[in-house]
Design a protein around this ligand. Sequence first.
Ligand code: NI
Length: 277
Amino acid sequence: MIDLIDSHAHLDFPQFNDDREIVIKRAREAGLVAILNVGTDLASSRAAVALAEQYDFIYAAVGVHPHDAKTVTPDVLAELRALARHPKVVAVGEIGLDYYRDLSPRPVQRRAFADQLALAAELRLPVVIHSREAHDDVLAVLREWGRFPPGGGTEGGVTSPPVGGIEGGRGILHSYSAGLERLEEVLKLGFSIGISGPVTFPKATGVRAVAAAVSLERLLVETDCPYLTPVPYRGRRNEPAYVRYVIEAVARARGTSAEVVAHATADNAWRLLRCRF
Ligand code: NI
């Protein structure tokens, strides 16, 4: 069986409360060798770490989603810093900006994003970025954050991590929706591209164009479960085992085999999961 990695899951969410163990077992049986479970607030980050402790093939990212940006206080940042010392915490996320739902005021979102990017730089961890209808602001922030050469540095209050020569090692733009026109800059800034369920949707030609254009060594696949369920299960709850439908759709878009995409995305994810700059 081919090794698969889901680089973005929310198995701690209540949608899995009734059958979490079974879903995780199905993932293993489907060939998943690693799942990055991504926190969305402090409680969810704690739950992600607990799952990573319980299952050898689950890894955790800790962070506060832009929806909950208003909860990011100095105390919460201190708790995230403490959680991030856990050996199975491999990234800070998901963090970013969401101007579609605007559940936290935009200046508050920008503050929380900046604070958590600084935390990631301090901890030398890659970041998992959520960007929805906020791409120009997200890129402006990442441009600043990533403007230092591989050694990292600090200037004007912005701290940038060293990248240690790891391709795409600054982080992931998860469920990438910033279009073909921003792809080149995102890659130049040292980020990898996360492709999720929408690549299987008939109307999502833009996502397929990105999946076809991104260089193979910067490509990651994810479910974002319980959301963004790929065809043929669209409309139902998503789970890590369905990452194979994402892989198959990416392979079709690139004119290659699912094996090639599975191998490359698993290699890329391992590099990031093991990345300590
Ligand atoms: Ni997510």
